[in-house]
Design a protein around this ligand. Structure first.
Ligand code: NAX
Ligand code: K
Length: 495
């Protein structure tokens, strides 16, 4: 399991750890890890040109000490100090001792003969660099970059240099993944002690590039419950249902799919296609698209009566392609088994009816559907996904899976939010959500909690999307067909 902790939690853990260590030890661990990552990226350190962008806090201190390590290995290291009088003094002294220099503001006072002042010199250094290290701000950053820092970030983006962010790309919100204004775009982010939520949630995640975690000994000080959890293969493998010798189709769970309409029979077929690959022992379909479903998937139990009279199920999926069939949605919500509500069902579901349910409810909106339920714009939801997934979960008293480039799954009772990053932009294709709802519903019927069913389904669906697309467009039915391959990969990695 990959976990991320809030800034407040990280600060508390760091204080506890620092109290047991000699002064400066943590920063040295961070700087050593950072320097090693930079060296790895450079390949040959000796003779390379490195520019450090140094803010006024400890994030700049990390950059300066790492710069000193690279300078000792023969790199030409120049530091740009955003606030020369407040730069980390010991770090700066270490850099200068190692043969590094200062360019731009402050160069005349600290750099001696090797210094070069002026904005032109700074830009030139960045444009000629092999590597730019972003030590402007870390977890102490507030808001987007200020104009002077934004100018440096723009210059770094223009340069052919690789950009390494220290702890976080400066300008992004560590706790939420929001980006207000300008931020550094990194090729690699070297983060310390634990991931921060912003590194795993878009839009900030896209600024971080690849992320490397450096162990500074913080683990023992972090609480059990994280702010964010990202399941890995082994975690998902533990969740997947495995039929035992005693299993029959009913013990494995029956999932009911109430989906599709005369206008959208395909949604029903796709939801069933996901459900058949989700581990339930049988898939029961109710709705007007029975013929389409049975001709494609003859193993489906098709009923032309409403959900209440269709026979026993262990979980329902309602909504994909439902059109305006509010009464089916209401009927399903009245059933005392786990229910997944998707697509049209989200619009048709009465909030009080959802809140009144005692069995689990899993809602699976994309950002546009979530925005409509919340009464805000789609952009607002996309810019602050963590905030809004939590808000929606709390308003409906349900588990909410917010689809997107990083899918988030939040429980109404709070606790760690799950983030899934296996998805691919190719998954943004018509019907792909219907496959996901069938898959998640099937896992619900197998007995997984709403949080586990949602996160395991998102994980498998994302992988299946990758396999189906393999760099080229794929249809939703291809994604469904690739679920068994994703399942096998996950299961094999877990043993
Ligand atoms: N506390 C610790 O034990 C450790 C901290 N480390 C580093 O220390 C960092 C945190 O250091 P700090 O608490 O000093 O905070 P930061 O260095 O992240 O930033 C704080 C400084 O930046 C300024 N600032 C805030 N927002 C800004 C903005 N938008 N634009 C420009 N300047 C802005 C503030 O005025 C303040 O001086 C971590 O991210 C990590 O890199 C590491 O050395 C590991 C150990
Ligand atoms: K940074």
């Amino acid at each position: 399991m990959r976990t991320a902790y809030s800034v407040e939690t990280v600060r508390t853990a760091e204080r506890a750890l620092m109290a047991r260590l000699p002064e400066g030890a943590l920063m040295q661990r961070a700087a050593a890890g950072l320097a090693a990552a930079c060296a790895g990226l450079l390949g040959r350190v000796y003779g390379s040109r490195v520019v450090l962008l140094v803010g006024s806090g400890d994030n700049g201190g990390d950059a300066l000490y790492a710069g000193a390590r690279l300078a000792r290995r023969g790199a030409g290291v120049a530091a740009v100090l955003l606030a020369p009088e407040r730069a980390h003094a010991a770090g700066l002294a270490a850099l200068l001792r190692a043969g590094g220099r200062v360019v731009g503001a402050g160069a005349d006072t600290v750099g001696g003969a090797a210094a070069a002042a002026g904005v032109g010199a700074v830009e030139e250094a960045i444009l000629r660099a092999d590597l730019v290290v972003d030590g402007i701000v870390g977890i102490g950053g507030k808001g987007g970059l200020r104009p002077d820092a934004a100018q440096l970030a723009a210059c770094a983006a223009e340069s052919r240099a690789a950009v390494v962010a220290v702890d976080l790309p400066s300008g992004v919100d560590a706790d939420t993944g929001e980006v207000h204004g300008d931020a550094v775009r990194a090729d690699l982010t070297v983060t310390f002690g634990t991931h921060k939520p912003g590194l795993l949630i878009d839009p900030a995640r896209a600024y971080a590039g690849s992320v490397r975690l450096v162990d500074i000994g913080l683990d023992g000080e972090l609480p059990d419950e994280a702010a964010l959890e990202a399941l890995q293969h082994a975690d998902v493998a533990r969740l997947l249902p495995v039929p035992g010798a005693e299993s029959d189709k009913y013990r494995r769970g029956v999932v009911g799919i109430a989906a599709g309409s005369a206008r959208y029979p395909g949604a029903a077929v796709l939801a069933v296609s996901g459900a058949l690959r989700g581990g339930a022992g049988a898939v029961r379909y109710v709705g007007p698209a029975g013929d389409a479903v049975i001709s494609r998937f003859p193993e489906t139990l098709v009923s032309d009566r409403g959900p209440k009279h269709a026979g026993r199920v262990q979980a329902w999926v309602v909504g994909p392609g439902a059109g305006d069939d509010a009464s089916t949605v209401a009927e399903v919500l009245a059933c005392d088994v786990p229910v997944l509500v998707d697509a049209d069902g989200l619009r048709l579901a009465d909030r009080d009816a959802v809140r009144a349910r005692t069995a689990p409810t899993l809602m699976t909106p994309h950002a546009g559907e979530a925005a409509a339920l919340l009464g805000v714009s789609r952009e607002t939801v996309e810019g602050a996904r963590l905030t809004w997934v939590r808000e929606l979960a709390s308003r409906y008293g349900a588990t909410v899976l917010l689809k997107g480039s990083t899918t988030l799954i939040a429980d109404a009772r709070g606790g760690a939010v799950r983030v899934n990053a296996t998805g691919t932009p190719w998954l943004a294709t018509a019907g792909s959500g219907d496959v996901l709802s069938g898959l998640a519903g099937s896992l619900l019927a197998s007995g997984l909690s709403a949080l586990d069913a949602g996160s395991a389904a998102a994980y498998l669906h994302g992988l299946a999307g990758r396999y189906a697309a393999d760099g080229a467009p794929a249809g939703a039915h291809d994604v469904a067909a690739a679920i068994p391959e994703a399942w096998r990969d996950v299961r094999d990695a877990g043993h």
